[in-house]
Design a protein around this ligand. Structure first.
Ligand code: ADP
Ligand code: MG
Length: 406
């Protein structure tokens, strides 16, 4: 589902009140009856409300539903997007909307801009979006559920991601600066970098590898396991380092000896506490994801075994950082919410990028061809195109920003 901000500037404040009315009604009605929409929008009934309803339905922000008992409307993802964007715009967090640069299984990533012109990232969580791999389970599951739950669950995912990003950032981790959260969306700093997945050459893989393992251990020392630590969720920033002492300097042959590669970690809806019942499994999965990726992509295998969960846990007991799992809980993303979100994500088959990355690796596990087959490379190119985002794309998108309001 693509974000199309074009109609946003044509909506009146009445339209927004009606849209909010449908949103409020959706909390306990699968189909919101028209009289209730009028009542909840706080507008005096009559032609105004009906005009707004018809405007909103025409632009697909609400959808008409014929129910056995009564007719009414339900909010669409598009409608929820507009409510969130409108709130960000009112709070002066977002001024204009640019290109969509990523479509994940569970989110859309859009470049937006502040009125100063500085670019930001809007991440829209779309948890109800059905993964085709689990269509059957989804269907069975969703049939017994209020269809409004996608809205609530996507909001939980956004709340969780924002809370963790904030706690991590405040404690010195290299993550994008979180700027705002509204409904199922967050606005954060744009990192001008490629995901590791798109970096074809790293001259000193051992340095980058050990830096990534250190991050996994440092997270554990603060009570956390990322849960989806893989080549899509690690952005590699190239920092020019005139001293030339960069640990992981880029290929010398390209005379970029003085560029340091700096990993920035993103994507936190699957983060778990080090006390989680399956903590060890998540920890090992994160570690193994990196191990296998480095082996396959850079032909690098570390001499050192591990890191192991037991050691990470020992270090966490002996020399703990602030408990960020506890801090996040205290900040409003409660344990109950965490449990609800986790259950839902499991049941709808939301397994993050790691799921894709793991399938990818499993398919190729037996293939120890040094260079990889042609087919494989082609497939990779295609994926790279889909996966991302280059700094060139970002520059380009700035020229095509859609101003939200006239
Ligand atoms: P998902 O949960 O769908 O995997 P991510 O948060 O991992 O969503 O974002 C998907 C992709 O969008 C990333 O792999 C990256 O290419 C891009 N991206 C996400 N956040 C940022 C950011 N702050 N700056 C630059 N690119 C980003
Ligand atoms: Mg991701």
């Amino acid at each position: 589902m693509k974000l199309d901000a074009k109609a946003l500037r044509y909506l009146t404040s009445e339209d927004f009140r009606v849209l909010q009315g449908v949103e409020a009604g959706s909390r306990n009605h699968e189909v919101v009856p028209t009289p209730l929409i009028s009542q909840l929008s706080g507008l005096r009934g009559g032609s105004g409300v009906h005009r707004s309803i018809s405007n909103l339905a025409k632009t697909n922000l609400i959808a008409k539903v014929k129910n056995a008992k009564y007719d009414g409307y339900r909010l669409t993802y598009g409608g929820l997007d507009y409510l969130a964007l409108n709130a960000h715009q009112k709070q002066k967090v977002v001024y204009s909307v640019g290109n969509q640069i990523g479509v994940g299984k569970e989110s859309d990533i859009v470049v937006v801009a502040h009125s100063s012109g500085s670019q930001r990232i809007l991440k829209i969580h779309r948890l109800g979006r059905i993964s085709f791999r689990t269509v059957k389970t989804n269907r069975d599951y969703l049939r017994h559920r209020n269809s409004g739950s996608w809205m609530y669950m996507s909001r939980l995912a956004a709340m969780k991601e924002f809370a963790f990003m904030k706690a991590l950032r405040e404690n010195g981790f290299n993550v994008p600066e979180p700027i705002a959260q509204n409904r199922h969306t967050i606005v954060m700093e744009l990192i001008d970098a490629f995901p590791l997945r798109q970096i074809s050459k790293v001259p000193h893989p051992e340095a980058l590898y050990s830096e990534l393992m250190d991050i996994i251990l440092e997270l554990a020392r603060f009570g956390l396991i990322h849960g989806d630590f893989n080549e899509f969720n690690i952005l590699i920033k190239e920092i020019s380092d005139p001293s030339g002492k960069g640990k992981a300097a880029v290929d010398a042959e390209e005379s970029d000896e003085n560029v340091r590669l700096e990993p920035v970690i993103i994507d936190f809806p699957q983060m778990v506490s080090i006390d989680h019942v399956n903590a060890e499994m998540y920890f090992d999965r994160d570690v193994n994801c990196i191990k296998r990726y480095f082996q396959r992509k850079f032909h690098f295998v570390s001499d050192a075994p591990g890191p192991f969960f037991t050691d990470a846990k020992k270090n966490f007991m002996k020399n703990p950082g602030k408990r960020l799992d506890v801090e996040v809980e205290a900040s409003g993303f409660s344990r109950k919410m965490a449990r609800e979100l986790e259950t839902y994500m499991k049941e709808v088959g939301a397994d993050g990028d790691a799921g894709a990355a793991r399938d990818d690796l499993n398919d190729e596990e037996d293939d120890d061809d040094e260079e990889g087959s042609e087919e494989e490379e082609e497939e990779e190119d295609e994926e790279q195109e889909q996966a991302g985002q280059s700094s060139a794309d970002v520059d380009e998108s700035s020229k095509r920003l859609e101003t939200l309001q006239v």
